[in-house]
Design a protein around this ligand. Structure first.
Ligand code: ADP
Ligand code: MG
Length: 352
């Protein structure tokens, strides 16, 4: 069941960093730098969007660059081979094709992502739900464009196989569907997971100062090119015009954004977002334009961003504040423009 553009809907962030040579420290006699660091950029397409990795390091040889390049691609290929609904032979595609309620053997990586997805579904009372794929398709965000609204009876039929509790994770590394037609769609969590994996791998090969971004989901480690915390821009949720809503400083942390402005359809004057409210089986239509979540795990931030998008501004704000999540909501105003709603935990990242 290929998704439209697979992990479509990412947001490219403008990164407030400076390219080129940056001297981080001078010690000792007059002009002997002990640490001259450069920012190296690695980028390319992945998951229906793009990745961008910045590594801050003293001079890198060609061998060093190619080692980093290969490490990044290996991690991204691994996530794709397991979690891409675009690849017919991926683990997730095989799981989706299995139309039985028998346990299905899965890799440790898949179990990790599925478990986190289920944990967030439970925490958000089903706002986050990886089984919404058939509804995503019915509303025209899958391979077939929308020509008319899905009927009540069609939605009711599709809902029989939708519901996060219809996927059960079992020991030792299996999952089973309680309805044979249930499908899993990891689009709203796998990009974040891929970012975590790339970041962990870079740290493991001793590149501890880096920024990893896949389709707008970001994770940073160590320091940026100026020797200070990484500065990450939050984009305004507008199409066509690039503007910043603000900047956060991240030392070791992740940030994910969900929005209604990159992937939506307009029908009879109404805007339908690719985020589906599993409770109504309909795309969300409220005034919440984007949700940004900062968390130690990019996978968690990614999933929460979608869940909060489903909740809408008031429920999302209450939930985020109660859970002490670092969240910024941008709410669409009457005359264009946005109103910010920021939790206390988020404020800490805006202070310089
Ligand atoms: P965004 O940047 O807006 O979060 P993503 O690509 O990360 O975009 O996630 C959106 C995708 O997640 C949709 O295209 C759909 O495949 C899937 N999705 C939609 N609604 C939900 C939901 N309630 N829970 C989990 N996944 C969802
Ligand atoms: Mg997302």
């Amino acid at each position: 069941m290929p998704r439209h553009g697979f992990f479509l809907g990412g947001h490219t962030l403008a990164l407030a960093t400076v390219n080129g040579f940056l001297i981080t420290a001078f010690v000792g006699c007059a002009s002997t730098p002990i640490s001259v660091e450069t920012e190296y950029l690695f980028q390319g397409p992945t998951m229906g969007t793009a990745y961008r990795v910045k590594v801050v390091s003293p001079h890198l040889s060609d061998a060093g660059k190619s080692r980093i390049d290969q490490a990044i691609r290996r991690e991204l290929d691994n996530v794709n081979a397991k979690m891409s609904t675009y690849q017919e032979d991926s683990e997730i595609s095989r799981f989706n094709r299995q139309r039985t309620t028998e346990p299905f053997q899965l890799s440790v990586d898949m179990i990790e992502v599925l478990s986190e997805a289920q944990r967030i579904s439970e925490a958000t009372e089903g706002a986050f739900d990886i089984t919404v794929g058939p509804l995503v398709d019915a509303w025209g965000f899958g391979p077939v464009k929308l020509d008319r609204m899905p009927s009540e009876s069609r939605l009711a039929k599709l809902r029989q196989s939708v519901g996060w509790e219809k996927i059960e994770i079992g020991a030792p590394a299996t999952a089973r569907k309680s309805h044979p037609a249930t499908q899993a769609d990891l689009s709203a969590i796998a990009k974040g997971y891929a970012v975590d994996r790339v970041s962990q791998t870079l740290a493991a090969i001793d590149y501890g100062n880096h920024m990893v971004e896949v389709g707008g989901e970001v994770r940073t480690a160590g320091h940026g090119p100026t020797g200070n915390a990484w500065r990450i821009a939050i984009e305004q949720p507008t199409l066509g015009r690039r503007a910043q809503q603000g900047i956060v400083r991240l030392n070791d942390g992740a940030m994910a954004t969900s929005g209604d402005y990159r992937n939506f359809i307009e029908k009879d004057g109404a805007r339908y977002s690719h985020t589906i409210d599993p409770r109504s089986a309909r795309p969300v239509t409220h005034r919440l334009a984007s949700v940004t979540v900062i968390h130690v795990s990019c996978m968690t931030a990614d999933a929460y961003a979608t869940a909060l998008m489903v909740m809408g501004e008031d429920e999302a704000f209450r939930f985020a504040a109660a859970q002490d999540l670092a969240v910024m909501l941008l709410v669409r105003g009457e005359e264009g423009g946005f109103t910010e709603r920021v939790t206390q935990a988020f404020e800490a990242f805006r202070r310089s």
